[in-house]
Design a protein around this ligand. Structure first.
Ligand code: NDP
Length: 452
């Protein structure tokens, strides 16, 4: 019988090896630490998981593709970007995970996102494996025609690695409905196949699911509401700080309002806006989704209730709830201390790994309900899987039906994380609950399928 401390020592060795074998990938190291540090109890309780090198296989992607993406700007100049697709684990289904277009993208970032995706997808209870991809291409300030040429060049290599039964990408930072459209068009042209299930996040008129654009933000608010219910509270009348102003942030703000809470901030990489009356969603959507503008324009047009703070930390604004919805490591220890001082009750991650490990520790120690991204933001990939199901059946469901399914799935994920945490002596610790519950599902499938 292996003890928890022996298991922890073995996991520490493995983490050291991961750092040696994957140099200069700090985000991947961080994600591996975050998961492996919580697995000792389950590995000690179920030694069959330790035997066939299961965790060692889990931390090594099944396949990693890196490719050149040349494209021409509107002046005819040639640019060369780098494309990535990391197909991490397919024990539960085809690889599934978004594409990120952002200047900060590198292999380590894509591996952290792909690794997280394995457990997130497992938590949804749907048949999807984990993967992630993207490019260091920066779409800011590029014309539609430039974005289209980039997407076409990107897909000219990516198409050979994906397919409805193999790997099904979707959007992420810098990849929304416009980019998915251009990517799908090029896939169709190259393959001569109208293969709806190869990409999710498609337009509602050509194979997309209703509620997919809303799903990540709505799902995160539903998860936050479930955490608050555990504390005997609801969202009615609560004030919320939200970071970001993209897909996840916008639909987080929308769902908060629908459940009676008031989001008073949004942000982008130029700074943040605080609006005492609550964010005017129509105005924010007009500026961000239609004009592709910056958040300072929001403050200019909104009038006296709103002000723009260049730089600075959105977490300085007092609130009951915090929903980070921009990017990784955006909420650090100092920000967590400020939130705690200001009386925050719950932090729920819309973004992937937005909270640093030190900040998570501080929040949990202070009794703040903390929802990790792999559970709290799983609504997006869950509705992507529902989009795949609709594509397969050549049908489309009503918005009401999709939202009911989403609500069901988010409540199930909350219950699973909560109960798993209790089962492993960590009541109220959603990080441990999410990691162990996701791990158990993937590990059981890997065990059954042999050493591959
Ligand atoms: P979008 O591109 O729609 O929006 C991203 C927002 O975050 C923008 O406001 C952007 O500002 C801001 N942002 C991005 N990078 C930085 C940075 N380095 N510093 C400051 N601000 C930044 O992306 P999404 O809303 O789709 O994604 C947001 C987060 O949610 C990501 O972590 C993503 O992985 C995660 N997520 C997304 C899902 C989805 O379905 N879309 C599903 C699950 C998780 P600016 O325009 O100035 O760059």
């Amino acid at each position: 019988m292996t003890t928890r401390s022996e298991t922890r020592t073995a996991l520490d060795h493995l983490l050291t090896e991961i750092e040696h074998r994957n140099p200069a990938q700090p985000e991947f190291h961080q994600a591996a630490h975050e998961v492996l540090e919580t697995l000792a109890p389950v590995l000690a309780a179920r030694p069959e998981y330790a035997e066939p090198g299961l965790v060692e296989r889990l931390v090594e992607p099944e396949r990693q593709v890196i490719f050149r993406v040349p494209w021409q700007d509107d002046q005819g100049r040639v640019h060369v970007n780098r494309g990535f697709r990391v197909e991490f684990n397919s024990a539960l289904g085809p690889y599934k995970g978004g594409l990120r277009f952002h200047s900060s993208v590198n292999l380590g970032v894509i591996k952290f996102l792909g690794f997280e995706q394995i457990f997130k997808n497992a938590l949804t209870g749907l048949g999807i494996g984990g993967g992630k991809g993207g490019s260091d291409f920066d779409p800011h300030g590029r014309s539609d025609a430039e974005v289209m040429r980039f997407c076409q060049s990107f897909m000219t290599e990516l198409y050979r690695h994906i397919g409805e039964h193999t790997d099904v990408p979707a959007g992420d930072i810098g990849v929304g409905g416009r980019e998915i459209g251009y990517l799908f068009g090029q896939y169709r042209r190259i393959t001569n196949r109208w293969e709806a299930g190869v990409l999710t996040g498609k337009g509602a008129g050509w194979g997309g699911s209703l509620i997919r654009p809303e799903a990540t933000g709505y799902g995160n608010v539903l998860f936050a509401a479930a955490m608050m219910r555990e504390r005997g509270e609801d969202l009615e009348g609560q004030t919320a700080v939200v970071s970001g102003s993209g897909n996840v942030a916008i639909y987080t703000i929308e769902k908060l309002a629908a459940l009676g809470a008031n989001a008073v901030t949004c942000s982008d990489s130029s700074g943040y806006v605080v609006d005492e009356k609550g964010i005017d969603l129509d105005l924010l959507k007009q500026i961000k989704e239609v004009e592709r503008g910056r958040v300072d324009t929001y403050a200019e047009r909104r009038g006296a209730s709103a002000r723009f703070v260049p730089g600075g930390s959105v977490w300085d604004v007092p609130a009951d709830l915090a929903l980070p919805s921009a990017t990784q490591n955006e909420l650090d220890e100092n920000a967590a201390a400020t939130l705690i001082r200001n009386g925050v009750k719950a932090v729920s991650e819309g973004a992937n790994m937005p909270t640093t490990p030190e900040a998570v520790h501080l929040l949990q120690g202070a009794g703040v309900a903390f929802g990790p991204g792999k559970a709290a933001n799983a609504g997006g990939v869950a509705v992507s899987a529902l989009e795949m199901a609709q594509n397969h059946a050549r049908t489309s469901w009503t918005a009401v039906r999709v939202e009911e399914e989403l609500t069901h799935i988010m409540n199930d994920i909350h219950t699973t994380c909560h109960e798993t945490a209790e089962r492993y002596d960590a009541p109220g610790d959603y990080v441990t609950g999410a990691n162990i519950a996701g791990f158990e599902r993937v590990a059981d499938a890997m065990l059954a399928q042999g050493v591959i």
